[in-house]
Write a protein that binds this ligand. Structure first.
Ligand SMILES: [Zn+2]
Length: 136
């Protein structure tokens, strides 16, 4: 694992900041998932979220694109992800930190998970709450 990925790493569940107490659990094309050895929480290190530009989530025209977009197609993609997730977490609570427009959480909701979400961007949060009726 690249040392830069472990710079400023922090487990948001137990507060662990010791880089030696995380190990790489999975690897995807553009990110990795680490496990906190202290509390077993799985997450994508902060290193990757710093690379995201949040400018794309602001305009009214983006909201219109989301409304007109094919939610069904997005949810089919998430269903494929849930095939993987169900191997490790077949039911129960599902917490999505950074819910975005809510399609992932909505898919989890339809599969029977008890969903919870947090989104800092106002427009996606409002969309997820008011148009998808999710607890974000
Ligand atoms: Zn932890």
């Amino acid at each position: 694992m690249d040392k830069k990925i472990l710079e400023d790493i922090r487990c948001c569940v137990c507060g662990n900041r010791d880089a030696d107490l995380f190990f790489q659990k999975y690897e995807k094309d553009s990110f990795i998932v680490v496990e906190c050895k202290n509390c077993s929480f799985l997450f994508i290190p902060q290193y990757f979220s710093r690379k995201i530009s949040y400018e794309d989530y602001k305009g009214e025209e983006v909201l219109e694109q989301v409304r007109q977009g094919n939610n069904w197609l997005k949810m089919q993609r998430h269903l494929l992800r849930f095939k993987f997730i169900k191997k490790y977490k077949p039911s129960g609570d599902l917490f999505d930190l950074g819910t975005g427009w809510g399609h992932f959480l909505s898919t989890g909701n339809e599969l029977g998970y008890k969903v919870h979400g947090i989104e800092v961007s106002e427009m996606p949060c409002k969309y997820a709450r008011e148009e998808l009726n999710l607890p974000v």
